[in-house]
Every structure is written in C-alpha cells, then in structure tokens.
Design a protein around this ligand. Sequence first.
Ligand code: ADP
Ligand code: MG
Ligand code: ZN
Length: 486
Amino acid sequence: MSGSWEAVIGLEVHAQLLTRTKLFCGCATSFGAPPNTHVCPTCLGLPGALPVLNGEAVRMAVRTALSLGCSIKESSRFARKNYFYPDLPKGYQISQYDEPFSEGGFVEFEVEESGGQAKDAPPVTKRARLTRIHMEEDAGKNLHDLGGGSVVDLNRAGTPLVEIVGEPDLRTPAEAAGYLRALRDVLVFLGVNDGNLEEGSFRCDANVSIRPAGSSTLGTRVELKNINSFRFVEKALAGEIARQRDVLESGGRVVQETRGWDEKTSSTFSLRSKETAQDYRYFPEPDLPPLRLDEAFVATLRATLAETPRVKRERFVSELGLSPYAAQVLTQHPRVAAFFEEAATLSLDGVAVANFIQSEVLRDVTTRGVEAIFPVTPGQVVEILKLVSQGKISGKQAKELYAKAKGTTASPAALAADLGMSQVSDPAAIEAACAKVVADNAKQAEQYRAGKTGVFGFFVGQVMKATKGSANPQLVNETLKRLLGG
Ligand code: ADP
Ligand code: MG
Ligand code: ZN
C-alpha cells in the first residue's frame, strides 16, 4: 500500500466443533447426509421443544480457549440473537453475547517479511490478541437454483461452533493469512475442528479499515464475509484495501457495510449495510441456565491439552535435530506428525526418518479433515531404514523396497530377501566392478589423471549402474580413487 495509509485488520473465525451431536439436541452432526435427515423438534425450532447443552461441545470449546491462552469465566450465559432468515427456523440463533465463556488470549503466527533485502530471511513470528471466544449454534444452509428454486437443508442447523474474535491487531493481508493458518493448525491439532475452509467448517469474516499512517484512531471498517481459502483472504483484503484508498483519496468516505469477494473480477462488492448489535435485540436465553465452569473442571481439561503445533515444531528441532523446514513440513497435519514421531521413537534416528518420510512417504499420503491414510506403517519405514544403516541395502534400494512395500503389510526385511536385494559391500566384488569400468573407459580415466576431476562422478555412476545400485557407495568411492590414482 502507498506510504500514506495503514491497513487495520481484525478477523472473526467460526469453527465447527467435531462433536458427534449438535449443540442443543441429540441429532448427528455428520456432513454430506441427505438433506433434512438429521433434524428434530429442537433444531427445527418447533414450539415447546427445549435445548439441552452438549457437554462434549463445552469441553472442546474450553480446550480451544485454553490452548489459545484465554481466561475462562466461571459463569457465562447464552443469549438469543434475533433475526429472520430461511435457514434459521427458530427466528433466533442461540449464541453468547455480553457474557461469553472466555476472554483474552492470543494467536502466534508466522509471516514472511516481504520487501526485505535478505531474500531467504526466515519468517518473523508475531502475536495478535484475541478479544473473546464464545459458543453458538450454526444455521442451516440455503441452496439456490436447485430445480428452479431455492431450498433449505437444516442438517447443519444447531451444529456447535466456537466464534473466535480477534482484536484489530493485524496490519497486512499476509499477516491475516498467517494468523488464520496458525489458528487453524491449533484447532486441528487439538482435534476440535477439521480445518476445512472449502466445506465451510472453518470460516472467516475479515474486518478491514484504513487510516493515515501514524494515526491512532480507527477508520470505518468493512466486513468481508465467508472467504473460503487462504489465498482469497489475502487477495480479498488487498482488493478491499485498494478500494478504500481510492474512495478516500477521491474525497469520498467508506461506509460500514458487509461485502463479498468476487474471484472473477478480483474485487469486492456490497452485500448489505452492516447490522449493529441493536438490530439483533439480544436477550438472555430463557430456556438455558447460566453455564458454570468451575476451576476443577477447567484444570482437568487443561491437563489433557495436546502440544500445540508450534511447540511440537520447536521440539522437533531442538530434540530431534530436524531443520526448521523439515519440522514445518512434518507438522502440516496432526496424523503426519504422529506418524513421524512414532517412527522416530522406534528408530532413534529422527533425521533419517524425517528425510525418508519427506522424500518418499509424503507424496503417497492422503488427508481428509483430521484423518489421514498412509501407504505404509511407521514400523515398515523404520525397518527399511534399519536395513540401510546396517549396510544391507543401499539408499537407492531403500526407495525400491518402499515402492514394493507400499499398500502391503509385508515386512520390508522379508521383501528385501525375496527380491534378492543386498548391498554389495564385499571389497573384492566392488574392486572387480570398478576395475572393469576403469578399463572400459580409458579415455575418461586419462582425463581424470590429467586433472579433470569432474569426471569422477561419471565413474561412480557407471559402477552403480553396473551393480544395479547395490554397491556400497563409500566403498566404490574409495576403490575408484585408488584405481584411478591421481
Ligand atoms: P460484529 O460481530 O458486529 O462484526 P464484533 O465486535 O464481534 O462485531 O467483531 C468486530 C471485529 O472487527 C473484530 O475482529 C475486530 O478486531 C474488528 N474490528 C473492529 N473495528 C475495526 C476497525 N476499525 N478496522 C478493522 N477491524 C476492526
Ligand atoms: Mg462481524
Ligand atoms: Zn436436532
């Protein structure tokens, strides 16, 4: 952005909790079921039906807040947020308003500092404060243009959500994307959310305003609704910041409103003028008692908290000796991290395991939400690497062995024996192979002896080819050096 303006960004994230049942009734929360099959009088808002709070949802919400450093309120309350929309059969949403169950907290995230001279500078770690986290129920889904009209699917109505409200601490679209990624990782590693932006189980509304650089008052904000990918967050914010700057620089003023992002035109468009709290006529939910979260309950949950992905990454670097990059790659998904850790524990050589998983296994892993399918077990990986470290097979053979073991439960050691794989470490056999290659390539040998040492790699390649990759590379190197003289 041009020097004279500064952007101010605050994100509101709605994350579906991975409970089995809805927030106030026993209906299943499963995604993708035939429309209106997971509904009951409570989530349909039929007269006389009463809500009962889901304990599993409360535990997940509290664990989320604790992981993000929020304070937990001993007493909080649900409220009715009144508005009319076809996907909201009750005519109100049960949410938390003036008494949320948690306050404060922060998100730590990474951002690449662009425009710097150092091109490969490591990303900078930043922290943005949270205002609050509260619980609420999701609405149903309106589906438009189906069979000529619009229809409503209420399977999602009543699904538990946490709304995570961030302070306006972010200053660039890149920071907003970094914040969102870090927040999603925390939730996914906790196992409370599947982190799926495309399917809408992790949704972001981005609020953005601009102000003259150096000013400490906030400008009028615009809310960008339902941005469903990390890439769009950055693009939509950049587009909206540019629009606001044009408005202000041409003497206009920004109106507080809700806007959408049009990927085709790369611009935002007005959806509606922004509602204010008064429009919702909030009042305490009369059908639910206040929520009490006593200290002992909170302490029990605190004790069950898993390591955050950030802490895990730091430990992979400091305890297992991984590079920060490898630690990053191996903590992209909680199941991948768990797979790596199990193999590293079994093998005692974290770096070798990390290299092998990154170069071979990862390309065959499929993830869906918090689940992942692996082509082999951690035990199979460890067994393959053990054959290498014992000198029984070469690194190249390890890759072949992995390809054979993929999708089977076979023991790699047994497979290697069946395939007749063995690394040739017998000095006499290697000597013979090297001698033949040197004799067959007299011209290159001449060049090498004349000082063109660059051809050495050619000889190594020829020997490996002749032995089908089974020769012990170190022995080949030593033998060739000796035979070629210097
Ligand atoms: P609402 O639900 O009406 O959008 P909230 O108070 O729940 O209001 O959320 C406000 C969000 O907007 C927060 O994430 C906050 O950081 C952000 N925000 C508030 N004021 C500004 C501003 N002037 N510029 C950018 N973001 C802002
Ligand atoms: Mg909002
Ligand atoms: Zn129901």
